[in-house]
Design a protein. Structure first.
Length: 437
């Protein structure tokens, strides 16, 4: 693998792409440490030092922003508005006929949907930026910090609008940087920015576990966490690469004097067809009642029940609810992202069939049956991986943003595998030996 990297850097055009991508990453990390106007940076750092053990309700967004959210920097919102907009457009494509027609138009339709995604990203960035500024102004961003209410000393309308515009512009710049990596870098730009955001918090999180340990000055806990992380990476790679290959045979067709078809291929159905989307959906949905309870005044019984049962990651009700939501969203997302009837119709149109299965409706029923069977282990796998931070919370006293947590490890391994495959394919196109031998 190291030899392949060396050969990649010896290839002039590929070296330019890698260096360009690294330059964009440096710019992105610099923007994640530049505070926005109107924020008292000293008060933010004081509250950050007191809140290192827990990031509260904003842990998920803070992870996707590489820790920039709680520091209220230019890139505080991270890539989360774009991710949310992409998911919303993907869901609406199934519901709105106009978007479904655009999706079938090919490259022109995809470009139009991408434009809609950008507009929705800006709208979501304005909404989330306004919510973040309002939370910072009230002092709720850092609960228990004595100087939390001094983070935004000037609470005038002009300063508030300036802060929101700055964070929205930062999100737009991040979209632009991601598209630059896709066009001029090694590709997959948005995913690489997400990868960098999550990986940036790993060293500090691992060192915090070492400092908080008691066995051999914390090195026993540190080594155990590293070992658990390596095992989890191996498990995630194994499951992410696993797929059920359904054989497809195409009949021969005579068009003029030429014969077409007669080839054999397969439909790859991944065990984890939904990816990390169910974990994000379940985490976001569980944050809603806790967020409502946080901004609700008084000490009503429902507020106390939510604080006791749905905000503590080690509570049995929280664990069971989180697990069931992940399983539900895994089936839900697979159902809307993969249409067996459409696949069966396309196969029938081009003369393809599954050996032993009649074309048309029986093929769609067979694909649906196989998909449901393999989604069960995929959803259970996602639920177990996502519960690793809870086990770390009990075993090591770590926070819910455990470095090898479910969402972070799934994204890092998934993006890493995809990036390696892209570089490998470019090496193989130049007759070089790739990563996989």
């Amino acid at each position: 693998m190291l030899t392949a990297f060396a050969r990649a850097f010896r290839t002039p055009d590929l070296r330019k792409k890698l260096l360009f991508t690294l330059g964009i990453v440096v710019v992105y990390r610099l923007g994640a440490h530049i505070p926005i106007p109107g924020v008292d940076y000293t008060s933010v750092q004081t509250c950050m030092d007191q809140a290192k053990s827990s990031t509260g309700l904003f842990g998920l967004v803070n992870m996707f922003s590489g820790g920039a959210l709680l520091q209220i920097t230019v890139f505080a919102l991270g890539i989360m508005p774009y991710i949310t907009a992409s998911i919303i457009l993907q869901l609406l494509t199934v519901v709105i006929p106009r978007l479904e027609a655009l999706k079938k138009e090919g490259q022109a339709g995809t470009a139009k949907i991408t434009q809609y995604t950008r507009y929705l990203t800006v709208a979501l960035a304005i909404l989330q930026g306004t919510g973040l500024v309002a939370t910072a102004r009230t002092g709720a961003l850092f609960q228990g910090c004595p100087v939390a209410s001094q983070i935004v000393p000037d609470q005038s309308i002009f300063i508030t609008i300036t802060m929101v515009i700055t964070m929205t512009a930062g999100t737009c710049v991040m979209m632009w940087l991601g598209e630059l990596i896709t066009d001029r870098g090694i590709g997959n730009g948005m995913s690489i920015l997400m990868f960098i955001s999550i990986a940036a918090s790993f060293p500090s999180a691992l060192w915090a576990i070492k400092q908080g340990g008691s066995l051999a000055d914390g090195w026993i806990e540190f080594g155990t966490v590293i070992l658990v992380g390596l095992v989890m990476v191996g498990l995630v790679v194994f499951v992410e690469q696993a797929q059920r290959r359904i054989p497809v045979q195409y009949a021969k067709r005579m068009i003029g004097r030429r014969s077409y078809g007669g080839t054999s291929t397969y439909i790859p159905l991944k065990v984890n067809q939904a990816g990390v989307i169910p974990v994000i959906f379940a985490s976001s949905l569980l944050y809603i009642p806790a967020l409502v309870a946080q901004f609700a005044g008084g000490d009503s019984s429902w507020k106390l029940w939510i604080d006791d049962h749905l905000t503590k990651g080690n509570h049995p009700i929280y664990i069971v609810t989180y697990f069931l939501l992940i399983v539900f969203f895994a089936f839900f997302y697979v159902a809307i992202s993969f249409n067996p009837e459409e696949v069966a119709d396309n196969m029938k149109k081009y003369g393809g069939f599954i050996p032993g299965i009649r074309a048309g409706r029986p093929t769609a029923e067979y694909l649906s049956y196989v998909l449901n069977r393999i989604t069960w282990p995929g959803s259970l796998y996602l639920g177990l991986i996502a519960l690793v931070p809870t086990m770390a919370l009990v075993g090591f006293g770590a926070n819910q943003n455990f470095p090898f947590g479910g969402t972070s490890i799934l994204i890092i391994v998934g993006v890493g595998l995809e990036t390696v495959k892209q570089i490998e394919s470019q090496l193989q196109q130049r007759n070089y030996e790739g990563f996989l031998r």
